[in-house]
Design a protein around this ligand. Structure first.
Ligand SMILES: NC(=O)c1ccc[n+]([C@@H]2O[C@H](COP(=O)([O-])OP(=O)(O)OC[C@H]3O[C@@H](n4cnc5c(N)ncnc54)[C@H](OP(=O)(O)O)[C@@H]3O)[C@@H](O)[C@H]2O)c1
Length: 376
């Protein structure tokens, strides 16, 4: 049973520990939950800033609904960072509901979002609880840009780009994120077109142009992103097409080529053989947890182009250190939920539940984001 109001599940993980940093910064007591408490204790001692002054406890629990209900019960909010969410995510969602907790996670995977919305949205609503996946850099920054664009009357069509830079060759990505990226080969990626989720063409790509860059950025649908799902039943929005590019075009072309190889050679293999292929790709590209991000290296540009019959607007959010920003976004949500201040219960994005202006302000005040809106 949790004795603190906030649970961080995935306590030995890169992102879970960054959420703890921010909770400690805001003096919010938390219960860290991990499948291996020994490993979590060791990792937290190495990685969590100011742990010595934190008010926390650490609980070990199996990744199973009953065990997690027992671990979560007593808390008000669960921050789940155990992914890939499309394979292991629903266990945490079900456990948080049964334990009577609001739920936030860090997914960016469409299949998880759709399952959470369709299987759990109404149940959370009836319980008076929020279930809000994707409170993370991907895709809260792009959604803030989209919401800024939607402030212009008449805008009903969105195109968004999530562009991020890390060390060359993609070395700044965590093990969990790498597994999640390649897991995406197994799933459809959809955009929103005339209010319907529609699959992207196989191997779709985009050459995205932004005034912040000398050259076009090679982008992919990247699983479609969260935005088409979050806007699917939004009366303001008719279409939403989203793209993602690490601005390392060579690394992105490698991911694109691997996607083609997946379809040619692995798509029809039995699941266990696919698992082995994915594990080999993850082990060879991301052998270990990356170091803490630096503002000199990790930078991001997210923009949304909004159009209507005559309206046209471009909203851009410049940012730094996306994993660290993910910890801040989760903590911003936690603060609202502990205060009983959510505009939505049931399934809703962070922007809809807490307000995009609140989330942007939280990030801006901490030097993690800067937004600009241009009417075209
Ligand atoms: N959308 C975004 O912008 C964004 C940002 C950050 C993270 N994420 C997502 O968040 C997830 C975690 O990322 P991360 O950076 O924290 O990765 P990570 O450093 O690899 O950590 C993964 C965590 O999940 C735990 N875990 C993995 N499989 C588990 C299972 N079957 N049962 C119980 N625990 C399990 C790991 O525990 P062990 O140590 O015991 O293995 C570890 O605590 C990924 O899906 C990633 O894509 C998304």
């Amino acid at each position: 049973m949790a004795k603190n109001p906030v649970v961080v599940y995935g306590a030995s993980g890169y992102t879970g520990m960054l959420i703890m940093d921010w909770l400690i910064d805001q003096d919010i007591p938390f219960t860290a939950v991990a499948r291996n408490a020994g490993r979590a204790k060791e990792m937290m001692a190495q990685r969590v800033v100011r742990l010595e002054s934190a008010n926390y406890e650490l609980i070990e629990a199996e990744h199973d609904v009953d065990a997690l209900v027992e671990a979560f019960r007593g808390a008000k909010v669960v921050c789940n960072t155990v992914g890939p969410f499309s394979t292991v995510g629903l266990v945490g969602v079900e456990a948080a509901l049964k334990a009577g907790c609001h739920y936030l996670d860090t997914t960016g995977e469409q299949p998880h979002l759709r399952k959470v919305r369709d299987q759990f949205g109404e149940l959370y609503r009836q319980a008076g609880l929020l279930v809000s996946p994707s409170n993370a850099y991907m895709y809260t920054f792009a959604e803030i840009a989209a919401e800024l664009a939607l402030e212009t009357p008449g805008v009903d069509a969105l195109e968004t780009a999530t562009l991020c830079r890390g060390p060359r060759g993609g070395a700044g990505v965590s093990v969990g994120s790498t597994a999640t990226i390649f897991e995406g080969y197994r799933h459809d990626a959809c955009f929103l077109w005339e209010k319907k989720l529609t699959p992207h063409a196989p191997h779709a790509s985009f050459n995205v142009v932004d005034p912040a860059f000398m050259q076009p950025v090679f982008c992919l649908p990247w699983g479609g992103t969260s935005l088409p799902v979050n806007f699917e039943h939004d009366p303001r929005v008719r279409s939403c097409i989203s793209s993602v590019g690490f601005y390392d075009n060579d690394a992105m072309r490698m991911v694109h080529a691997l996607g083609q190889k997946w379809d040619a050679e692995y798509k029809d293999l039995p699941r266990e053989q696919q698992d082995a292929v994915l594990k080999q790709i993850v082990d060879s590209t991301t052998p270990a947890m990356p170091p803490r991000e630096r503002t000199t290296v990790q930078r991001t540009v997210d923009f949304a182009i909004g159009r209507g019959q005559l309206a046209s607007v471009r909203a851009t959010v410049h940012g730094t250190t996306p994993y660290i920003a993910t910890g801040a976004i989760q903590t911003a949500g936690v603060i609202k939920l502990l205060d009983g201040d959510t505009a939505r219960v049931g399934f809703a994005s962070g922007s809809k539940a807490f307000g995009h202006r609140y989330l942007l302000g939280f990030l801006e005040q901490r030097g993690l984001a800067r937004a600009k809106v241009a009417h075209l």
